[in-house]
Design a binder for this molecule. Structure first.
Ligand code: ADP
Ligand code: ZN
Length: 293
């Protein structure tokens, strides 16, 4: 009999819950993220109505505690999202459903999906960055999911901010003009006065956006030496960003990192997710499959 696994993409706006064996055979449901009690109850209700799963993987918005030896493992911790501070998301599901539950950041989990089925297969060091409502990065280093003190916060790196070129002060509630404050979807909307998806492909927004993202990528390249960088999230639906980002990364590195992947094959080095918008839920399934193994 086929072993089924469960996955939860726990976003700040919506939850996606799924049961299956690969991203291609999932039975899933999605609902808005409301209060923790109501949202967790809906997830439980979904899994109870499905055939039993061997384990569940959760990719969660954060900040979270992904350290299995910590007393608050599985918690959403210091999130600014109302009502969700110090919520034991993984524990609630583990206790109620009685199955092992894997828990990590939404971006580490999406990275795992890309590693298992998408654009990062067979790589042991890579970055997955999402540019959406926020900006977050995860990935693997030497085959292990990136953790550390807590987990990386790649979206809150400070790119150079030339206020003559870009007087927008930045929208991050913690830092103002960090990368997320300057380049996430809501920052685009505030700066240009229109939702990012409505700006035309030749709008000056996209050169500036590529400029900020390329600075971030150059720093990740210098710090982590990733074998590939996968860029996902709603804002990266703007496909014209990819060539702009690739060219700017090459120009900023200026030939210093002498790897053909960057100097000659950058089109396959900075890429969209192989699973498209299914990286998150696919990764949650991949995380579930790792439990107990
Ligand atoms: P979330 O980050 O909430 O999971 P998304 O990755 O879809 O969800 O990101 C939502 C953000 O992306 C919004 O700020 C939205 O304006 C922006 N966005 C969504 N689609 C597009 C698009 N096609 N082009 C540019 N920006 C987009
Ligand atoms: Zn910030």
């Amino acid at each position: 009999m086929t072993t089924l696994y469960g996955g939860i993409e726990a976003g700040g706006t919506k939850f996606v819950c799924a049961v299956g064996t690969t991203p291609n055979d999932l039975r899933e449901t999605r609902f808005s993220t409301t209060t923790p009690a109501e949202t967790i109850a809906r997830a439980v209700e979904f899994f109870r109505a499905q055939p039993p799963v061997a384990a569940i993987g959760i990719g969660a918005f954060g900040p979270i505690d992904p350290n299995p030896s910590s007393p608050t493992f599985g918690f959403i911790t210091t999130t600014p999202k109302s009502g969700w501070r110090n919520v034991d998301l993984a524990g609630a599901l583990r206790r109620t459903l009685g199955v092992p539950v894997g828990f990590d950041t939404d971006v580490n989990v999406a990275a795992l999906g890309e590693h298992r089925w998408g654009a990062a297969q067979n790589l042991d060091t890579f970055v997955y960055l999402t540019i959406g409502t926020g900006i977050g990065g995860g990935g693997l280093a030497s085959g292990k999911l990136l953790h550390g003190l807590i987990h990386p916060e790649m979206g809150h790196f400070f790119p150079p901010h030339d206020r003559t070129r870009d007087p927008f002060p930045g929208a991050c509630p913690f830092h103002g003009d960090c990368l997320e404050g300057l380049a996430a979807g809501p920052a685009l909307e505030k700066r240009w006065g229109a939702r990012a998806e409505t700006l035309p492909a030749d709008h000056p927004a996209w050169d500036l956006e590529a400029h900020y993202l390329a600075h971030a990528l150059v720093n990740y390249i210098c710090i982590l030496s990733p074998q590939r960088i996968v860029l996902g999230g709603g804002v990266m639906e703007q496909a014209q960003l990819f060539p702009k980002i690739r060219r700017t990364v090459q120009r900023l590195l200026n030939g210093y990192v002498q790897a053909p992947a960057i100097t000659e094959q950058i089109d396959t080095y900075i890429v969209p997710p192989g699973l498209g918008n299914r990286a998150g839920i696919g990764g949650a399934l991949a995380l579930a499959q790792r439990q107990g193994s």
